[in-house]
Design a protein around this ligand. Structure first.
Ligand SMILES: [Zn+2]
Length: 340
């Protein structure tokens, strides 16, 4: 395969702290020979464990971008026994626009593993897959519900079949110290960043930190504290790991949303009304939401009915809804031992 057209301005193997850019080729009406410059920070104090921390895969998810920017500014080589690579915002133009997708319509989180001769999102995905993932042991990819979804919030993981890898991922997921953890599946296409990192055997830790188009101070704190604790857990950052027990909190509730029936889709286009709150327990057959018809007051709203019993972990945040939009996700409590 051809080499990457993405140019990295720092030496990814050098010691110390470096701040540079990934130059992603760009050609626009106002600048024919230019690049989208995506900041990258490398902090290395030795040959210890290594991690890649990623924010802003989706532009309307600022929690991870802020946490990664703070970490990138603060981290120093004397507290990183191995290597810490940080890309605080992968999707620069989408972040500026506060949109999930790139202005081109590309979803970077469906572009993996990417290709060097594809469109820019696939070029960037390919650089990550071929240059950054292979350099690290751990990949942390921070997401949230963005503008369209409100999540509990939680740290999360895919189910991976490799027992050893899965155990490391469970440990990483729990080290975020969120109240909730979720095992999930991909229901809207393939080509996810985490999927490629998992395929390469990496320990992947991800999140869905609230959302709904805004971020509270508490969520910023959860992003910052969780990220640092996960990195300490794996020895990427020096310092003691903090457990929920030490914080006086009960064990996290682990949910799985691994059946298609857990992801409820709008049965009609209209105005979505939720009848439940995040964290509510629902039963099979329970009406959990309604779709109203704004130009037809006489028409009964279309009910949205739970197909499985469990805990509401996502609620759609944008009321205007098209048929087939995901409006609710229901998770099912699992015991930690079921993840062994
Ligand atoms: Zn996302």
């Amino acid at each position: 395969m051809a080499s990457s057209p993405v140019r990295c301005s720092i030496d990814l193997d050098a010691p110390g702290k470096q701040v540079g850019y990934l130059d992603l080729p760009r050609s626009t009406n106002t600048s024919g020979w230019s690049a989208t410059q995506i900041p990258i920070v490398s902090v290395s104090g030795g040959d210890g464990p290594s991690a890649l921390v990623l924010g802003g895969c989706h532009g309307d998810e600022p929690e991870g971008q802020v946490a990664a920017l703070n970490l990138a500014r603060d981290a120093q080589p004397d507290e990183v026994p191995g290597r810490l690579l940080i890309v605080p915002c992968l999707s620069i133009d989408a972040s500026r626009a506060y949109t999930r997708l790139w202005p081109s319509g590309a979803n970077l989180n469906r572009s993996f593993p990417g290709r060097p001769d594809g469109p820019p999102d696939e070029q960037l995905a390919h650089f990550l897959s071929s240059e950054l993932f292979p350099r690290v042991d751990i990949v942390v990819d921070m997401h949230s519900g963005g503008r369209s979804g409100m999540c509990l919030p939680w740290s999360e993981m895919h189910w991976v079949d490799d027992t050893e890898q899965r155990h490391r991922m469970v440990e990483g997921m729990l080290a975020w110290n969120t109240d909730w953890c979720v095992i999930y599946i991909d229901i809207a296409g393939t080509g996810l960043l985490v999927g490629e990192a998992e395929r390469q055997g990496k320990t992947v830790v991800s999140t869905e930190l609230a959302g709904g188009g805004h971020v509270t101070a508490g969520i910023h704190r959860l992003a910052a504290s969780g990220l640092r604790n996960v990195l300490r857990h794996f020895g990427v950052l020096a310092g003691e790991t903090v457990t929920r027990g030490a914080l006086g909190r009960p064990d996290a509730t682990i949910l799985r949303a691994t059946d298609l029936d857990d992801y409820l889709l709008a049965p009609a286009s209209g105005l979505f009304e939720t009848l439940v709150e995040l964290g509510d327990r629902v039963e099979v057959g329970q009406t959990v939401g309604l779709v109203h018809f704004i130009q037809d007051p006489g028409r009964r709203p279309e009910p949205i009915v739970a197909k499985s019993a469990g805990v509401v972990c996502v609620i759609r945040a944008i009321a205007t809804t098209e048929q087939g939009d995901n409006v609710l996700v229901i998770g099912h409590e699992v015991d930690r031992s079921e993840l062994d």
